[in-house]
Design a protein around this ligand. Structure first.
Ligand SMILES: [Zn+2]
Length: 387
């Protein structure tokens, strides 16, 4: 892959850091990759090729093309490339969807930069990627990774909201502005267009952290630190696109990428911090299923329901303005739970019982137990069948 014509340009009436991506082997049509900052200033963007290296590195390793960059690249980032590739390649065999994606030559990807140059100027801002979910609210409210305290809340358009989800996008941007005004921070929206291009070559599950990090580096004129709120606690880490081993390796001399908040699990974040903040409860957004229907949260998917159970268990005053329907035990009982949802349900059940919410406590226990037993029963059944 070749990255060339790196520069700042106008796109959709807003400033953008852009570069053209070409394939040495003619594997795809040339593509103009852009990091657009709607309502932004051209001075917020750093005119380096670093974001494109970060966004494309794993795709190049997966398809077995070297990454040739006609522009300045950070020496620190280039020095980290072998470690990044080493880590990710040890993870690939553990995941079927990732293993299927790696069709490279076997040789680790080589990055050839026309120029190695560390950015001399350091911006003064500290950014926190802020999707309005439990992890990012927890990081904001506990000042995770600080000092310094975050000065900018960065909403990355295209992370969970896709181009079709414009109703929720507008609501989310309004919510980020409200939270920024209430916390003395500044809102920033960044819109990278590179995700669908990269996803054709390598799954989102392994690239979403590098996608965020690349958007953070693109804002190098504004931010010298960019924080990614952890999804999983240190005690339960699994290979993932954003990971405490991986995220800091995307840093350059000018911009540090930090993985923050991994000392706490989801139950602790939700019940002990987020549910106690009127600001957080008033703007909380956790749902993937709602946005395509124009809903901020759907109120009926497992993620919405486990969050609502946690809010009820923590005694967050109702109604919760971002959930469109009241919480009912029967709805909880009907849904399956993911691993982080199970943690919230198990922590919530005794608190609900103590509050006299017996039906909801029983539903939370049953769903959590079902989640705990299901893989064990499947594994036992497989062993019996093999015999
Ligand atoms: Zn939902």
């Amino acid at each position: 892959m070749i990255v060339e014509d790196v520069g700042i340009e106008d796109a959709e009436g807003a400033p953008a850091l852009a570069a053209t991506i070409r394939s040495q082997r003619g594997a795809f049509e040339p593509f103009r990759a852009r990091y657009i900052v709607p309502d932004g200033d051209p001075g917020w963007l750093a005119p380096t090729a670093d974001p494109f290296v970060v966004a494309l590195l794993l795709a190049c390793d997966a398809i077995g093309e070297e990454l040739r960059v006609e522009g300045p690249v950070s020496p620190a980032l280039l020095a980290a490339v072998p470690t990044i590739v080493e880590i990710v390649r040890t993870w690939v065999p553990t995941r079927f969807d990732w293993r299927d994606a790696w069709k490279g030559s076997g040789e680790p990807v080589k990055v050839v930069a026309a120029e190695e140059r560390a950015e001399q100027t350091r911006a003064s801002g500290t950014g926190l990627f802020f999707s309005l979910g439990v992890d990012s609210f927890h990081a904001l409210l506990t000042d995770a990774g600080g000092p310094p305290t975050a000065s900018h809340l960065v909403f990355a358009d295209g992370f969970d909201l896709l181009p079709a989800d414009r109703i929720v996008f507008r609501q989310a941007v309004r919510a980020v502005r409200d939270v920024a005004a209430a916390t003395g921070t500044a809102p920033v929206v960044v819109r990278p267009n590179i995700r669908p291009f990269v996803e054709r070559m390598v799954p989102w599950g392994i690239t979403w952290g590098s996608w965020l990090a690349s958007a953070g580096l693109a804002l190098g004129g504004l931010l010298s630190r960019v924080r990614i709120a952890a999804s999983l606690p240190y005690a339960h880490l699994v290979p993932a696109g954003s990971h405490p081993l991986l995220d800091p390796l995307w840093s350059t001399e000018a911009t540090a990428i930090q993985h923050v908040g991994a000392a706490s699990g989801r139950a602790e974040k939700l019940l002990d911090v987020v549910a106690r903040s009127e600001l957080a409860v008033g703007h909380l957004r956790v749902c993937f299923r709602g946005p395509p229907k124009g809903l901020y949260n759907c109120g009926e998917c497992p993620k919405c329901l486990s969050t609502m159970v946690g809010l009820r268990a923590a005694g967050a005053p109702e109604p919760w303005p971002t959930f469109p329907r009241p919480l009912r035990a029967v709805d909880v009982l009907r849904r399956r739970s993911g691993p982080t949802g199970m943690e919230v349900l198990m922590r919530s059940a005794p608190l609900l019982r103590a509050r006299g919410q017996h039906a909801l406590a029983a539903a939370a226990w049953l769903v959590a137990l079902r989640r705990w037993f299901a893989p064990r029963v499947r594994s036992l059944t497989r062993k019996m069948v093999r015999r």
